[in-house]
Design a protein around this ligand. Sequence first.
Ligand code: ASP
Length: 310
Amino acid sequence: MLSLKGKDILHGNQFSKREIEEIMKAAAYLEKEMKRKDSLNLLKGKILATLFFEPSTRTRLSFETAMQRLGGGVISMASPESSSAAKGETVADTARTVSQYADVIVIRHPRIGSAKEAADAAPIPVINAGDGAGQHPTQALLDIFTIRRELGSLKNLAVSMVGDLKNGRTVHALVELLSLFQARLYFVSPLELRMPEAITFSLKQKGIEIEETEDLPKAASKSDLIYMTRIQKERFEDLSGYERVKGHYVIDENFIAGLKNKIIIMHPLPRVDEISQKVDDYPGAAYFRQVRNGVYVRMALLAMLLGKRV
Ligand code: ASP
């Protein structure tokens, strides 16, 4: 068994295939345990601190749920405006301070690299829950867990990633994990929201097959999975840029009716208008199952970072 004890979770590229397997195994085990019991005592007496400098529903609540289901406690910064960040405290100082109270920190912040700054300053494990348009590694892990669950395997995958590939931190992290499984990738986006070149370059260096296109139906016809993303409005400097690209790709009942192949649809959520609610009953619509899987994967991570055998 590999040990993640004491480690930080900062970037999708930090994991080996074996580590991913271990995390998936632990998550599946915890899922099974949770079907038998409401909560476990694995992290009794441990405290998780959640520091969210950007909005969140799922990530913060699922980490808090995960910690409480494991018997641990949670402290939370109510909002950036009511914390000392509003007085100009650095992320590093906040993290160093919070590490005097907690055993593990989960941080989300609008600036790329901020989670790493927190990790460098804090002597306890720090988990990046999204650093601006950078990375979101725990989302990628729960995505991988979901893909395997939905499709049965991670072998010979063809994946269409759709939407705001420039600013979407979930896809930036997920491609790192998928590259370990040699997935074929279709990057479907408007021209101005293409996947950053540094990422496509490094994927190509690893021998990953990539096709960049604006044509969603064509990419979908060759894919096992569509990973839809929201246009990240908050990353646009001016609103007119956002207005130009919003609503570019929409999955609705007509799109589903036109599918020739069986396909899974995932989305990190929140959705705005890119997946119609009418698609929610389509059996391949996996986005709410993805949400539930997030709790088990985050339980596994918390337990492993704090040195528990699962
Ligand atoms: N919830 C995800 C994130 O925080 C996806 C999104 O916001 O579009 O990155």
